[in-house]
Design a protein. Structure first.
Length: 62
């Protein structure tokens, strides 16, 4: 898997994902599980949804 998520995008995904997870825990809702998927794309630096649209926010070419 080639990294297609840039550093700013990664930070935003981790923060938003963490917020969704916390909100899910506070409201006792399974919707918080979506936050885990969002955080995972930030941590691993790869987003499968970007692939068909040929989006790459990573400026570094490896």
């Amino acid at each position: 898997m080639k990294c297609n998520v840039g550093s700013t995008d990664r930070i935003i995904r981790i923060v938003i994902g963490l917020g969704i997870v916390i909100a899910g825990m506070v409201f006792k809702s399974y919707w918080g599980l979506i936050g885990i998927a969002i955080m995972a794309t930030g941590v691993f630096g790869y987003c499968g949804i970007y692939l068909p649209f040929k989006i790459n926010t990573n400026r570094k070419e490896v």
